[in-house]
Design a protein around this ligand. Structure first.
Ligand code: RNT
Ligand code: ZN
Length: 416
């Protein structure tokens, strides 16, 4: 008997069909961020991320050009099973002859045409997009869409509207709806004198962006809240309450980044709360260590809980799963692939849980048996099913790291 056959029987004893789980897993898209490959720098002029986000480490091999980033994405994504989308930021525009002439408020779809060609070439399931409202001279006093300076607000409103057109284009080209997620760094280091004014200005800016109109069959707009950032410790304009109410009243979507809440809050618990009201919920799956540090996603409890909530709420088509981490202290391709593989593994873990049986124990009030089963399930032979999935997807098991390290030796070390 193979390991997989043994595992299949072990799960079947609990009423779980491993074949159905493997089939389902291969249909769930995960949007993988482009920004792990170059430390969130982009190609439009900045030399480091700013605005409360920060990469630490200087491991050799950062992608410095679109060609390098695409080559790295191709190799890193090939180590990840499942349906993959690409998550782009506006700062990754390929401006060509427009470089230095066209600013972010005038980026056009054609500046992203090479990304479409690339995504098609490597068989991706779609492209998602983000306006880049940070790492730019028009971020004034740390503010963008909430700035008291109308010129600043207008610049970022135009940027978000330009991004909307680009997102529509990406969706149309890829033949798949796309997410456009708005995150802004706006906030204050010290106790503000006015907490309402900036929020009213942000509300008005968002209203103006939405008033530009967009094709709702092609684009889902999300807003991403945050509790605090480095340098903006005292106040964040776009906090959770602001955006949840804004999204609800304007029929857009909330994006939950699990690094953006107080440390004892769980995004896993927020997902079903939002699903009670929203058709779509977007995620940035990350791992915060003590703060929103964006460490590589590992196979830890909250990741499993997030995956379980998506699967047992029958919401794999409602929850838009995206990744958001960036580690510059280790091989960046290994970082990318590790986090993305873990997201897939957590979804598999969730698909292999006997949810109906467990929830009926809850409904019957049999909390003793519920606890016992939930604990026993943790050590079922997940690894054998995972290996089977990798084999069926044509993706390497543990030895994938050898491929990445060979690439480091041949290619990455020459980027000095
Ligand atoms: C920052 C947000 C945001 C960014 C990316 C690059 O705290 O999480 O989503 O990390 O858009
Ligand atoms: Zn995020």
């Amino acid at each position: 008997m193979t390991n997989y056959e043994y595992a299949k029987q072990a799960y079947a004893a609990l009423g779980v069909d491993t074949e159905a789980a493997l089939t389902k897993l291969a249909t769930i898209p995960v949007s993988i961020h482009c920004w792990q490959g170059d430390d969130v720098v982009g190609f439009d002029g900045s030399d480091a991320a700013s605005g409360g986000i920060q990469t630490t480490g200087n491991y050799p091999g950062r992608a410095r050009t679109p060609e390098e980033l695409m080559a790295d994405i191709k190799l890193a994504f090939a180590q990840v099973p499942g349906k993959k989308r690409l998550n782009l930021h506006a700062s990754y525009a390929l401006l060509g002859a427009d470089k230095g002439k066209v600013d972010r408020d005038a980026y056009r779809p054609e500046h992203f045409a090479p990304w479409v060609r690339f995504a098609k070439e490597i068989g991706l399931d779609g492209i998602d997009f983000n306006p880049t409202c940070f790492s730019h001279p028009m971020v004034k006093e740390g503010l963008t869409l909430s700035s008291p300076d109308k010129e600043v607000r207008d610049f970022w409103i135009r940027h978000c509207i330009a991004s909307l057109r680009i997102t529509e284009y990406l969706a149309k080209e890829m033949g798949k709806p796309a997410l456009m997620n708005i995150w802004i760094p706006d906030g204050f280091k010290d106790v503000p004198a006015d907490r309402l004014g900036p929020r009213l200005r942000l509300k008005d800016s968002l209203d103006q962006i939405l008033a530009a109109g967009y094709d709702k069959d092609l684009v889902v707009i999300a807003v991403e809240s945050k509790v605090f950032g480095i340098g903006v410790e005292s106040y964040t304009v776009g906090n959770n309450e602001f955006y949840q109410n804004y999204a609800a009243k304007n029929d857009i979507c909330c994006l939950l980044d699990n690094g953006h809440y107080h440390p004892t809050e769980c995004v896993s618990d927020k997902i079903p709360a939002l699903l009670a009201f929203y058709d779509k919920v977007a995620l940035h799956v990350t791992r915060g260590v003590r703060w929103d540090s964006d460490h590589v996603v590992t196979f830890e409890d909250e990741l499993k809980e997030i995956a379980k909530e998506i699967v047992r709420s029958d919401a794999t088509d409602k929850v838009l799963i995206g990744l958001d981490y960036f580690d510059a202290s280790i091989n960046r391709l290994a970082a990318w692939a590790t986090g993305a593989r873990n997201m897939q593994k957590a979804l598999l873990y969730a698909l292999l849980c006997p949810h109906k049986m467990l929830s009926s124990l809850q409904d019957k009030g049999d909390f003793t048996k519920l606890l016992v089963y939930q604990e026993e399930i943790k050590t079922l032979p997940l690894g054998a099913v995972w290996s089977e999935y990798l084999a069926r997807q044509g993706v390497k098991d543990l030895d994938w790291i050898d491929t990445v390290l060979a690439y480091e030796k041949d290619v990455l070390v020459n980027r000095t």
